[in-house]
Design a protein around this ligand. Structure first.
Ligand code: CDP
Length: 231
């Protein structure tokens, strides 16, 4: 049997990471974990419990309640995808709402939030055979991952893709709102002190601006096979 490796996929908002990670995991029969969904889950909890008054995280309070947040992925046989559960409640739809998108990067910048989620993410990937996407997967969560991909695309193309996705999910938004949110998150994610989004020197860059989802999958699959064959 072929050895199962760990694949870390990082990059800016809406560049195709999750789509690629999901497809790659399906093709390889690996586990797929969307680490961003977990940061979105913590944000849902904070919004509901008034821990973001006027959009500013109540840092000290958030630290004290982190133990009360239980996040789990469960397979949904209808959509054939894993849904995120917060303390037993399916929050898959809620985590994509614009209110969550516009607050998540503030929550993701908090040291203790990252500490908790990184520990949970490492546990999920203990045995390899995992594709995880996010911002710090190759740099912090799995620095020894056998394959690291860094995904990029032009901001306008990314915004167009995310806008289409949200409209299909019947989320009320506009292209301009999506583009602005994406630029703001890119800025916050790459300038924060705690595990900023960086391209590690050992990561392979894939620009998906002009690629179809099929083309990006084939490129990633080729890199994976190359790695696996060398083991
Ligand atoms: O899907 P999209 O790329 O827009 O975002 P996401 O993967 O759902 O992540 C939402 C936010 O969570 C990001 O903008 C980051 O602020 C944060 N995040 C992070 O800090 N570290 C990760 N490993 C994943 C997400």
């Amino acid at each position: 049997m072929q050895k199962k490796i760990t694949i870390a996929i990082d990059g800016y908002s809406s560049c195709g990471k999750s789509t690629l990670a999901k497809a790659l995991a399906k093709e390889l029969e690996y586990i797929f974990i969307d680490s961003g969904a977990m940061y979105r889950g913590v944000t849902v909890y904070c919004l509901r419990n008034n821990l973001l008054p006027d959009g500013i995280p109540a840092v000290a309070e958030i630290e004290t309640i982190l133990g009360k947040i239980d996040l789990n992925f469960k397979f949904n046989p209808e959509t054939k995808q894993a849904d995120l559960y917060l303390n037993g409640e399916n929050i898959e739809k809620l985590i994509r709402l614009p209110e969550v998108a516009s607050n998540v990067s503030k929550i993701a910048a908090l040291k203790n939030v990252r500490h908790k989620l990184v520990l949970e993410q490492r546990k999920m990937g203990n045995n390899g055979g995992i594709v995880m996407d996010g911002r710090d997967i190759g740099s912090v969560v799995f620095p020894a991952a056998e394959l690291k991909l860094f995904i990029t695309a032009l901001p306008e193309i990314r915004a167009q893709r995310r806008y289409k996705e949200l409209i299909e999910k019947q989320v009320e938004t506009s292209y301009d709102e999506v583009l602005e949110n994406l630029r703001e998150r890119d800025y916050l994610d790459s300038t924060r002190t705690e595990s900023p989004l960086i391209q590690t020197p050992d990561a392979i860059v894939i620009d998906t601006s002009d690629l179809t989802t099929e083309e990006q999958l084939n490129i990633a699959l080729n890199y994976t096979l190359e790695k696996v064959q060398k083991l």
